[in-house]
Design a protein around this ligand. Sequence first.
Ligand code: SF4
Length: 332
Amino acid sequence: MKALALLSGGLDSILATKLILDQGIEVVAVNFNLPFVVEKEDYAGEVAKRFGIPLVMVEAGEEYLDMVRNPKYGYGSGMNPCIDCHIYMLREAKRIAKEVSAEFIFTGDVLDERPMSQHRKALELEEKEAGLEKMILRPLSAKLLPETIPEREGWIDRSKLLDIKGRSRKPQIALARKFGMHDAYPSPAGGCLLTYKEFASKVRDLFEHKEKVTKRDVSLLKIGRHFRFAASKIIVGRNEEENKLLLGLKNPEDYVFEVQGYGSPITILEGEKSKEAIELAAKLTARYSDASAGAEEGGVLVEVKYEGEEQMQVKSVIVPPSDENEVARVRI
Ligand code: SF4
């Protein structure tokens, strides 16, 4: 008997995997590289290695971005379409389960742990939409949920599954201790940028102004200060590292701004390059450069260089740095 685990690398999915392995079931894990989830470490990879189970990685691409733009079941507190996101993962899991000949799928879902996607109706809806009714086992909450086919068929012993529910993580921590793995793993990953209000407005702005969103657009959302001026978007680097990333991610038609001779951000102007947009990009570049010292008292003017496509000569404008009001008006 073989099962496919949805392994995020967070504690719940680790415990679910352990419970299934302990029943003598062979496990293959799948992990999703989701564009809005930031993880510095490869937790799923480490966990799979530790359990000695194969891991299939799925890179969520433009299809996932289209789903985030237009989720059937709406958003949570930010731009997080958790139900649709779960459905996406389950559909992919179904495809992979077939490929690796796994008879059923299990997840680390805990009933009522997350308000949007883990209440009972949501769990049922997610599996129905993925065409996996009664085929998804949630070992941590199984005793509180209707019997699944793997339990009914006796592939798995329901009496050894658990009845954890709610947001308190105490039962999971106690279980991890019992398994001797309490300090080996991180607390649950809460790293989905879509749940953050500030980030959500950047995503909303992107969808409003671009018909086709790419992974490059998403990478740009994660760096710099973002500003909107009609059909133009201005991104100002916050440090040396972001400046380098911006230069690497810019499109050939974007303009690049910098104050020379001072510590200066790199600024990218995307979209329409009207005279006003160029001036604004220059003013914002000046504001965040070292040349703006004393600008709040007025009278400071800064020369900002900019360049665009290869054939275009380097040009410059002399502008006062943007003041607080202007920043507040155009900031996304
Ligand atoms: S928080 Fe983000 S990654 Fe997690 S289910 Fe919701 S949309 Fe998906």
